[in-house]
Write a protein of this length. Sequence first.
Length: 121
Amino acid sequence: QESGARKFKQQHMDSNSRHLPNSNYCNKMMKKRKMTVDACKPVNTFVHESLTDVKAICNQRNIRCKNGQNNCHKSRSSMRVTDCRLTNGSRHPNCKYRTSPAKRQIIVACDKNRVPVHLDA
Ligand code: 5GP
């Protein structure tokens, strides 16, 4: 499997969390998924839907990504997500995050194999 697809799953997929996340969710998950190793990644979204449903977003029409490339796609339906945002004053290696559950459409970038490799919004 290509590294982009593997990294997307590592950083953004958490399909099997069935309950609302508790306030420690992001603190634990950002560390477990290796986004606090060299620095604290400031913003990251976890998606609580099946990989099949997230991959299917790649079949939606192409739209422009924030970086100007045109390989982004917006989910048709809103998805269960958790937003993780670094708190003010949090210092590496003590990365502390605010955990915010939400439901919204997401935008992913897909590669030539039509699998998600980046979460754009
Ligand atoms: P801010 O609110 O800090 O100005 O920007 C946060 C941005 O990050 C938003 O535009 C949001 O859509 C985007 N964002 C949310 N989750 C992720 C993610 O997991 N990865 C990336 N690259 N951007 C994200």
